[in-house]
Write a protein of this length. Structure first.
Length: 82
């Protein structure tokens, strides 16, 4: 089953840009998903189980490396086609 996840990351520190760019870069390193970024969010498209496993891994890594942050996610059943 395909899914589309829209995410926004809000690091809770003054130097917020590097953690966001690092997270997006790590997502782009996965070959079996499509990642599209705009000014306010990032969309991840792919197989539901694979997308969720990747997000679980990368969000955990972000918490461990950068500390507190807020992730806001919207999950759609299907490919949004963006």
């Amino acid at each position: 089953m395909k899914t589309t996840v829209e995410l926004s990351k809000y690091p809770l520190n003054a130097d917020y840009e590097p953690p966001i760019l690092d997270f997006i870069g790590r997502l782009n390193g996965h070959q079996n998903i499509t990642v599209k970024t705009n000014a306010t969010s990032t969309h991840v498209v792919g197989d539901y189980d694979e997308v969720m496993n990747i997000l679980q891994k990368e969000i955990k890594f972000s918490f461990e490396k950068y500390g507190k942050a807020i992730f806001v996610m919207k999950v759609l059943n299907g490919d949004l086609g963006i």
